[in-house]
Design a protein around this ligand. Structure first.
Ligand SMILES: *Cc1c(COP(=O)(O)O)cnc(C)c1O
Length: 388
């Protein structure tokens, strides 16, 4: 750091170097002279200039996620929704049509329904587990298909292979939101996707103390378009959040393995309990997309389990009051197990009929399994279910 009048000491001297990444909040970077600055802007020399355009903490996290997703041009942005927005507005223009999976994350649905049409971007939805339905929903101006590999909260598995084939044939771009599945279970770019999106907020950072997103494009021209849109629209992440995310990422694979192992045990327990009328988990034999689940997810089942009990809202309230060791909170991917109730949170704006069509009754719950001891967690669910 250059010594200046206002910062006369620069950084303390040290012949040894940090092992841990420092937080680097500097918004501006001083260059040696205008010629050196030219070299940076022309891309001949690598250097940071202004934090909205990129900063070291963001780049470190992007590089870590690039390694996981098998990519080299990913970008960290201010939230998972910023990543969805960056793909939609970075590569689509007015007159284009975006086809979404009909069970996308709530805010992605809302962005597509309420916001994109204001910019004359057409949107519609189809069932991503059914390639026929996807193909039928295409329009001559379809530019992008946005899907999630595992749907929220009913854990249906999208036919990524089938959709990718249609996209190749029709020259349509394909984006996969990998938040639920994470790059440890699926690497969408290797399955034919043109874009991958992750909410780092969830499992990747893992401690519910950071809001960040990641977006990567397979092709350079798309990566550049997204980068320019992100910088112009200010979807920039904060250095401190990136620093926390880097710290969270250090244990991501351990957390993911432990959580999904516990999730499978919990799913088996739930499906054997007499008060549970339905349990959904990709590795259970009665999962509606079992074959596709093992093909796409391999040995992974991920950390989300959904289940239903009878008795409507009253029974749901009673169950939540009795399950004291688990936070009732509509998020996922925390170190602690959380349980959410889609009909009063993520899916509250759907009519009861529309919810029922998806199988989301008042007794339907979604669990994001964390790092508790498996038997202790199962015991917590057992005592609450036994009281139903
Ligand atoms: C949470 C989530 C998002 C949005 O991420 P934020 O970081 O909260 O903006 C997008 N997609 C999916 C599947 C999510 O679960």
């Amino acid at each position: 750091m250059k010594r200046t009048i206002i910062r006369p000491n620069g950084l303390p001297e040290s012949i040894s170097t940090q092992v841990v990444t420092p937080i680097m909040p500097s918004v501006v970077y001083a260059s040696k002279n205008p010629n050196e600055l030219d070299k940076q802007y022309e891309g001949k020399e690598k250097g940071f200039t202004y934090a909205r355009e990129g900063h070291p903490n963001a780049e470190i996290v992007a590089n870590l996620l690039d390694r996981l997703e098998g990519n080299s041009s990913g970008l960290v942005v201010g939230s998972g929704m910023a990543a969805v927005t960056a793909v939609a507005l970075g590569v689509c223009s007015s007159g284009d049509h975006i086809l979404g999976g009909d069970q996308l994350y709530g805010r992605s649905l809302r962005l597509m329904k309420e916001d994109l049409p204001r910019f004359d971007i057409e949107t519609s939805f189809a069932d991503p587990t059914n390639v026929g339905a996807i193909e039928k929903a295409l329009r001559p101006n379809t530019r992008l298909i946005l899907v999630e590999a595992v749907s929220n909260p009913t854990l249906r598995i999208a036919d990524l292979e089938g959709i990718s084939k249609i996209c190749k044939r029709k020259k349509i771009l394909m984006a996969v939101d990998n938040t639920f599945t994470t790059p440890l279970a699926i690497k969408p770019l290797k399955l034919g996707a043109d874009f991958v999106i992750n909410s780092i907020t969830k499992l990747l950072a893992g401690h519910s103390d950071v809001t960040l997103g990641y977006v990567a494009a397979k092709r350079k021209k798309h990566a550049e378009a997204i980068y320019n849109f992100v910088v112009s629209s200010g979807l920039t992440p904060s250095p401190f959040d990136c620093w926390l995310a880097e710290r969270g990422l250090a244990t991501f694979s351990l957390r993911f393995e432990k959580s999904q192992k516990t999730a499978f045990s919990l799913a088996k327990f739930l499906s054997s309990h007499k008060k549970v009328i339905k349990t959904l988990y990709p590795k259970l034999m009665d999962h509606p997309d079992k074959r596709r689940a093992s093909k796409i997810l391999g040995k992974n089942g991920c950390n989300m389990v959904s289940f239903a009990i009878e008795g409507g809202r009253k029974a749901a309230n009673k169950f939540v009051s009795n399950i004291r060791g688990v936070a009732f909170a509509p998020t996922l991917g925390d170190v602690g197990t959380t349980i959410s109730h889609p009909s009063s949170s993520s899916h509250r704006y759907l009519s009861p009929e529309a919810r029922n069509a998806l199988g989301i009754s008042e007794g339907f719950f979604r669990i994001s399994v964390g790092l508790e001891d498996a038997s202790e967690l199962i015991e917590e669910f057992r005592q609450a279910l036994d009281k139903q």
